[in-house]
Design a protein around this ligand. Structure first.
Ligand SMILES: Nc1ncnc2c1ncn2[C@@H]1O[C@H](COP(=O)(O)OP(=O)(O)OP(=O)(O)O)[C@@H](O)[C@H]1O
Length: 215
């Protein structure tokens, strides 16, 4: 059930104002402002070490800014139903080596509070047919990334925050993921992601927030 985003809504759902992040006496970024509404894709760009992951973690409520605030529907994240509306996938795949792909799906279904679905079907869509029942430590890096991204095929949450989701994927998986993004945006979802690859050809309406590398 999409409780928050709807295609007709043009109101900002996630807003960040005057964000500042300091790490080891270095200002990674400051005075960062953004607004995200239904159907929007925001790409955070910048060189290695510019602070993209740090910004994503703050936007996901997993880290505190040194200044500024993040609001979900005009409320601070901790005072809203933000966690129930977010699907966050970090740059580490979040895969447990000893669990199978199918066991990961069962865990995420329970974590998202979803009714069981046909995990075999989801994994087949992701090109993992025949690999459902072996420990993930025996899968390749790209196959493990596909398992990790299976969350996007399970979740009904409107806001996706994804750190380097294309890492280790081959061209067919990149196209599959881009198609999934298109469907999610068309149904009123929103996406914030980091990636080093240009997205403007597939997503001409994407916003780009470029973080400058600062000393
Ligand atoms: N918890 C932390 N404590 C200390 N320093 C940190 C912490 N998290 C990040 N940093 C530092 O902040 C800087 C930015 O890190 P971050 O991971 O946000 O960069 P990034 O833009 O995502 O880089 P990449 O493109 O390489 O993934 C780095 O120099 C990193 O060492």
């Amino acid at each position: 059930m999409r409780a928050v985003f709807s295609k007709s809504s043009a109101d900002p759902v996630l807003t960040a104002s005057n964000l500042c992040c300091v790490r080891q006496d270095r200002i990674l970024f400051e005075a960062v402002n953004l607004e995200l509404t239904a159907g929007q894709l925001l790409q955070i760009g910048g060189k290695n070490g510019a602070g993209k992951s740090s910004l994503l973690r703050i936007l996901a409520g997993l880290g505190q800014p040194d200044d500024g605030e993040v609001l979900w529907q005009n409320l601070p994240l901790t005072e809203s139903d933000f966690p129930q509306n977010l699907c966050f996938i970090g740059h580490l795949s979040g895969i447990q080596p000893q669990l199978t792909a199918l066991e990961h799906l069962e865990f995420w279904q329970a974590a998202f509070g979803l009714a069981p679905t046909d995990g075999y079907q989801v994994l087949a869509t992701l090109g993992l047919a025949g690999l459902e029942d072996i420990p993930c430590q025996l899968l390749s890096a790209g196959q493990q990334r596909r398992v990790s991204l299976a969350r996007l095929w399970l979740t009904n949450r409107p806001l996706w925050i994804l750190d380097e989701p294309f890492t280790a994927l081959d061209q067919s998986a990149i196209l599959l993921l881009q198609q999934k993004f298109t469907e999610h945006l068309a149904s009123g979802g929103a996406i914030i992601l980091t990636t080093h690859q240009p997205l403007t050809q597939q997503f001409p309406a994407a916003q780009l927030l470029e973080l400058a590398y600062r000393w």
